[in-house]
Ligand binder design. Structure first.
Ligand code: ADP
Ligand code: MG
Length: 228
């Protein structure tokens, strides 16, 4: 049944459902956390149990928040925006985490400013998801190469090249499926959200990978506003 649904249709259905459910889960979660804190401060001797409960609630919150990204933001604002700046902001944001893991960034930007018609917050979300994956896959440190160039067919191609263990060929086509994760603490939602956002922008994500060498995620974003 699931196999018969095309991936894009599946993303839409799941996205709408997820956004609705995520909103509904948020309020009771807040209340639960509040009352657990209250209990914790009035009962002695169960600190370990309270810690586990809070950690599990935090984990639910992370998953719900990732789902909420699927909901269209209240004021979705497409605009001409400098995508190089969005990538600079992303790298700034993740710099500390990368340093701790002994990872450096190598930037190959041809221009300081390349504008695309896009929703900057959503594009930043895509960059964060993919750069974070690159960081998480490089256990022994190394270099993440980030490059941007304009393609002949009017896309801006943003490439994120890691030196991780690579992705087996038979797994490449399931990237972006909800809940596909190989990480103990993974949600398997980051790529799904990213694929959806790129599709809405009229772009796409291509992946090339070599086992033992690394992986390149190419994010293709149209340079020109699409006709409506
Ligand atoms: P999560 O990071 O929570 O696992 P994602 O949707 O971000 O979820 O990624 C899904 C899976 O895709 C990861 O668990 C991993 O197996 C694979 N993956 C994503 N990016 C990379 C990468 N740069 N190198 C190797 N595997 C990757
Ligand atoms: Mg991820």
């Amino acid at each position: 049944m699931e196999n018969q649904l095309r991936k894009s249709e599946m993303l839409n259905v799941v996205g709408e459902l997820a956004a609705g459910i995520a909103h509904e889960i948020r309020n009771p979660m807040t209340s639960l956390k509040g009352f657990i804190q209250l209990l914790r401060s009035s009962i002695d001797g169960y600190e370990m149990y309270f810690n586990i409960i809070m950690a599990e609630l935090d984990r639910i919150e992370v998953i719900v928040n990732e789902f909420l990204v699927l909901a269209k933001p209240q004021a979705i604002q497409y605009q001409d925006y400098n995508v190089v700046q969005i990538m600079e902001d992303t790298i700034d944001l993740l710099h500390a985490q990368a340093l701790m893991d002994n990872i450096q960034f190598e930037k190959h930007f041809t221009e300081p400013m390349i504008n695309c018609y896009c929703e900057p917050n959503q594009i930043k979300q895509v960059f964060i998801n993919i750069v974070k994956n690159a960081i998480e896959v490089m256990g022994n440190g190394g270099t993440i190469k980030v490059s941007m160039d304009e393609t002949v067919d009017d896309y801006l191609r943003i490439s994120i090249h890691d030196q991780g263990q690579g992705i087996p060929e038979e797994k490449l086509h399931i990237l972006g499926q909800p809940f596909y994760t190989t990480k103990e603490q993974g949600t398997g939602l980051g790529l799904m959200v990213s694929y959806k956002i790129m599709k809405e922008h009229g772009g796409r994500i291509d992946v090339e990978s070599e086992i033992g060498k690394g992986t390149v995620f190419h994010i293709l974003l149209p340079l020109k506003r699409k006709e409506e």
